[in-house]
Every structure is written in C-alpha cells, then in structure tokens.
Design a protein around this ligand. Structure first.
Ligand SMILES: Nc1nc2c(ncn2[C@@H]2O[C@H](COP(=O)(O)OP(=O)(O)OP(=O)(O)O)[C@@H](O)[C@H]2O)c(=O)[nH]1
Length: 355
C-alpha cells in the first residue's frame, strides 16, 4: 500500500524537481538577456535605462541564489513575479530602447501563469493589466516617459489581452494534464504494490514499503519478528468448491489476519495462499505467542462463503532479527520453519526456538 505520507513525499519530490528546473532556466535566461541588453543600452547613449536593466538582471541572479540557499519556493515565486511585474511596467512606461520595450511585455503573462498558476497568476496579471491601461491611456503621468500612438496603444492592448487569454488557457490545460498524470501514476503505483484480490501489500509492496525500511533500520536494537503463514491444503478448497470460492476464502483470510494484528504490524500476500506478517518491536517469543493465538482462533472459525461453511488450518514459520539481520535471510529462515511446520503435520507454528 502506498500510504498518504509516501504519496506526499513523492509529489513533493516531483514538485521540487520541476521548481528547481524552472527557477534555474528562468533566472539564468532572465539575467543573461537583461545584462546583454542593459550593457547595449548603457553603451548606446542610454546609461540610465541600461543601468535599470542591469539592476533587474542582478536582482534576478540574487533571487536565484536566495532560492538555492533556502529552497523556499513561495518566496522565490513572489519575488520573481513582483520583480517581473515592475520590469513590465518599467518597459511599458519608458518604451524601452528604440521603443522595443513592448516586445518583452508579451512574455510577462506566460511567466506569471507558469509560476503562480491560473488563480494567483490571474489576479496579478489582472492588476498589472489595469495599471497598463492607466499608463497607456491616462495622459500627463509623470512616470510615463514615452507616448505611444493611438494605433500602437489599441493594437498592444488587443494583442496583450490575446496573449493573456492564451497563457491562461495553456496553464489551465497544463494543470489538468498534470493532475491526470499524477492520478494515473498513483493508480499504477497502487497496482504495482497491492495485491488485487485481497487489497494487501503484494511481494513488491512489502519489499519497497517505507515501514519495512524503517523497521529494518531499527532492528539491531529493536527486535522484529517475521511470520510466513500458509493455508493448509488450500488446493482442496479449490477442488471441492471451485476457484471463485477459493478466492473469496483468501479475501476473508486476509481480512481476518489484518483485523487480528496491530496497526503498526505490516501484512502482505506473499503469493498464492501464503501471507507474510512483520511484527516490529516484537521478540521471537512474543511473535510466536501472537501468531499462535491468531492461528488457534482461525482454526476454530468457520469461513462462510456461498453457503458453504469452510474450516481452515494454517502452518506458520517465524524468524526474527535477533538471528538474521538481512531481509533475504529473515525470509529464508521463516520459509524454512514453515516447511518444518508442514512436515510436522501442519496446523502449527515453528521457529528457531520452537522446533
Ligand atoms: N482460488 C485461488 N487459489 C489460488 C490462488 N493462488 C493460489 N491458489 C491455489 O492454491 C493452491 C496451493 O496448492 P499447494 O501449493 O499444493 O498447497 P496446499 O494445497 O495449500 O497444500 P499445503 O500448502 O502443502 O498444505 C493451488 O491449488 C493454487 O491454484 C488464488 O489467487 N485464488
């Protein structure tokens, strides 16, 4: 089972990877172009404008350094989007070198949507568009040093609105595609780690579970017992009642085993009619007592499936980290003791200390 904590960790990892790529690409490209054009303006007789661009370039590089040091994506998003909003308004009100400032304004909505998403990005872009209308259409403003012809104003207003709508829709469909791909990945991971019939972990699920990793890492000081339980003569159930009834019996056995153990114990279907249970913080003796109690209850129970009252018995082998420190050896030992339980006539449990 992929639990919520695991899912959260994976999603956070994916997001961090995307953020890292996006921040580096944005900042380095931004700093590069701002510096090139800043220097060009500075040496072409527009020193103030050039210095302005160089300062923006430097700020972009510093924001990137700040993000690398703190990994605080929220602060990075806010600083880049606010900085870029100021740059956009600066280009619009100054006209840029040789009146080319407007050309760069078209990149603004795309960057804001990709960093802030449609909701927050939409709010910021709407505010900046409102300020653009003031800059373009309110005459006599001190900070507006460039005046555009009516034709340029109308065409720019129309085309920037078009780019905003396009950027919004593209981000919307990217977010939708991301959501679907996250969902599909989740389903695939579930399928890869879960046993379809019983809903328990399958073999891979157990081996790759975070719980197992955690329990094994604590095992040197915190003994863990491992039990492999096998339904005796399960073939007879299939032969007598049919495979479908066999399936239902396996589901009931899985549910009963799960209900009989603690929340922290880990259970999975190891294959066929074989189940595996991990008991963390449990000695071999305690594991033996636990599994014997469950085994006895199960052997007295009648499993009711399709009108049949079916009785079962179980054989179990147990091993513990007191004797084996690797996963493979733990399993091998539990399997060996399961085999001994079968040899001893079934319906019993065998361990290193109970042969
Ligand atoms: N219905 C059903 N049967 C299964 C499933 N997986 C394995 N089996 C059956 O479980 C039976 C296991 O048979 P055996 O390995 O001979 O073991 P057993 O009959 O339980 O005998 P012992 O283990 O020696 O006590 C086989 O008949 C498999 O077909 C399953 O998912 N559903």
């Amino acid at each position: 089972m992929i639990n919520n904590a695991d899912k959260g960790e994976e999603l956070a990892f994916e997001r961090a990877r995307r953020n890292d790529l996006l921040s580096s690409a944005l900042c380095w490209l931004g700093a590069f172009f701002l510096s090139i054009f800043g220097l060009k303006s500075y040496f072409s007789g527009l020193p103030d404008y050039g210095i302005g661009l160089l300062v923006f370039g430097l700020c972009t590089a510093l924001i990137w350094v700040q993000f690398k040091l703190t990994q605080n994506w929220r602060v990075f998003q806010s600083m880049i989007c606010l900085g870029f909003s100021v740059l956009y308004l600066f280009l619009l009100s100054s006209g840029g070198q040789a009146n080319t400032g407007l050309l760069w304004c078209y990149t603004y909505p795309l960057i804001v949507f990709s960093l802030l998403g449609t909701r927050l990005g939409g709010i910021l872009v709407a505010v900046v568009l409102f300020l653009s209308v003031i800059i373009l259409y309110v005459p006599g403003l001190d900070f507006v040093t460039h005046s555009y012809t009516p034709d340029i104003k109308y065409r720019f207003t129309g085309s920037i609105l078009f780019v905003v709508a396009l950027g919004y829709l593209m981000e919307l469909s990217r977010m939708e595609a991301q959501r679907k791909s996250d969902q599909a990945n989740e389903v695939l991971k579930m399928m890869a780690h879960r046993d379809e019939l019983t809903g328990l972990y399958n073999r891979r699920g157990i081996k790759e579970s975070h719980e197992l990793e955690r329990y094994l890492s604590k095992a040197p000081t915190n003994e863990m017992a491992l039990a492999v339980c096998d339904v005796d003569f399960f073939k007879n159930i299939n032969d007598e009642y049919g495979h479908d009834v066999g399936d239902e019996v396996l589901k009931l056995v899985a549910a009963h085993l799960k209900a009989s153990i603690r929340e922290t114990d880990l259970i999975g279907r190891w294959g066929g009619e074989e189940f595996i249970i991990l008991f963390p913080s449990t000695s071999l003796e305690e594991g033996y007592q636990l599994i014997e109690r469950v085994r006895k209850v199960m052997s007295e129970k009648r499993f009711e499936v399709a009108g049949h009252q079916i009785r079962l018995s179980f054989s179990t082998g147990i091993s513990s980290t007191r004797y084996y420190d690797s996963w493979d050896n733990l399993i091998k030992s539990a399997d060996k003791h399961l085999y001994k339980a079968k040899e001893a006539g079934r319906n019993c449990t065998r361990t290193t200390e109970h042969s």
